[in-house]
Write a protein that binds this ligand. Structure first.
Ligand code: F6R
Length: 260
C-alpha cells in the first residue's frame, strides 16, 4: 500500500484530485467508483475546479457509487443521489446515463444488486475506486464481519454507523437501517483504490486497516491484499500509524516520476 501523509485535508485532497485527474486524462473513458460522506467533499470540489478551470473532461467517464440507503428515494435530501448531484455531478460533464448509483427504492433488492454488478462488468470494471473509512473500519457499507469476498448486496448498518450518519438525517431515529453496498470483493476488483481519511476520529480505523491483521472485523484491512491501493491521510488520521516516520520518509525520497 502506498501511504501519503499530508499536513491537512486540504493538501491531501489536492493530491487525491491529481490522482483521479491523471486517471481521467490517461483514460478518457475511465470508470470511476465514488464514495459519499464528509471525506471526499474537498476532492470533489477540486475535480469541479479542474473541470471548470483546466478543462478536465468527464464526457467519456462512467461512474458507479458505492452505496445507497434502502427506502430513501433519490430526491430525498439525505440520499446519496442528492449528495452526488449537489457535490459533484452538477459541476461536471459526465453524461447522466453514465452515472450509476444503487437504487434504494427497488422492489427486488437481490436482482438490483446482480444488475449493478453486471453493469460494472459491462462498463469494463472500475479503474479507480474512491473510498472513505468508517470509524469502525468499514469501507463502502461493509460493516465489521462482512465477508471479505462479498459482492453488491443489502447490509444492515451498525449502531455506530447510524450514529455517525445522524446529523445528515436530523437524528439517529431517521437513519435507515439498511443500505445497498458494493461488496468487498467488488471493491477489490477495482484496478486502483484511493482511500482517504481525515481527522483524529479515523486514526484507530486507519492504523488497524493498514498495520493490523487482515480481518473481517476491520473490513478496510482487506485493502492490504489489493495490488494498487493509495492511502491519503492527514496528520490526525495518521496519528496511530506505527510506521508513520517511514511513510513520510518514503514520500520525501520518491523519484520525480513517482510524484503526484
Ligand atoms: C460512503 C461510504 C462510507 C464512508 C464512511 C466514511 O459512500 O461508503 O464507507 O466513506 O462511512 O464517512 P465520512 O467520510 O462521512 O466520515
Amino acid at each position: 500500500m502506498e501511504i501519503i501523509i499530508q499536513p491537512d485535508h486540504v493538501q491531501a485532497s489536492e493530491i487525491a484530485a491529481r490522482i483521479v485527474a491523471r486517471t481521467v486524462r490517461e483514460k478518457p473513458h475511465a470508470v470511476l467508483g465514488l464514495a459519499t460522506g464528509n471525506t471526499p467533499l474537498q476532492l470533489y470540489r477540486n475535480l469541479v475546479r479542474m473541470h471548470r478551470e483546466d478543462g478536465l473532461d468527464f464526457a467519456g467517464v462512467t461512474s458507479f457509487n458505492l452505496d445507497e440507503y434502502v427506502g430513501i428515494p433519490p430526491a430525498h435530501p439525505s440520499s446519496f443521489h442528492s449528495y452526488m448531484w449537489a457535490q459533484l455531478f452538477s459541476g461536471l460533464n459526465i453524461p447522466k446515463d453514465h452515472i450509476n448509483i444503487p437504487d434504494g427504492m427497488t422492489a427486488d433488492v437481490p436482482a438490483a444488486c446482480r444488475k449493478y454488478e453486471q453493469a460494472i462488468r459491462s462498463a469494463g470494471g472500475i479503474d479507480i475506486q474512491v473510498l472513505g473509512i468508517g470509524t469502525n473500519g468499514h469501507i463502502g457499507f461493509n460493516e465489521p464481519s462482512s465477508s471479505l469476498s462479498s459482492r453488491t448486496r443489502i447490509k444492515t448498518l451498525t449502531e455506530q454507523t447510524r450514529a455517525d450518519a445522524a446529523a445528515a438525517f436530523g437524528g439517529e431515529e431517521a437513519v435507515p437501517n439498511h443500505v445497498i453496498t458494493m461488496g468487498l470483493g467488488t471493491i477489490m476488483d477495482s484496478r486502483m483504490c484511493l482511500l482517504l481519511a481525515f481527522g483524529k476520529k479515523k486514526a484507530r480505523a486507519i492504523a488497524q486497516a493498514v498495520e493490523g491483521p487482515v480481518t473481517a472485523m476491520v473490513p478496510g484491512s482487506i485493502l492490504q491484499m489489493h495490488p494498487r491501493t493509495i492511502l491519503v491521510v492527514d496528520r490526525e488520521a495518521a496519528a496511530e500509524l506505527r510506521m508513520a516516520d517511514y511513510y513520510l520518509w518514503v514520500n520525501t525520497h520518491k523519484p520525480d516520476w513517482q510524484k503526484y
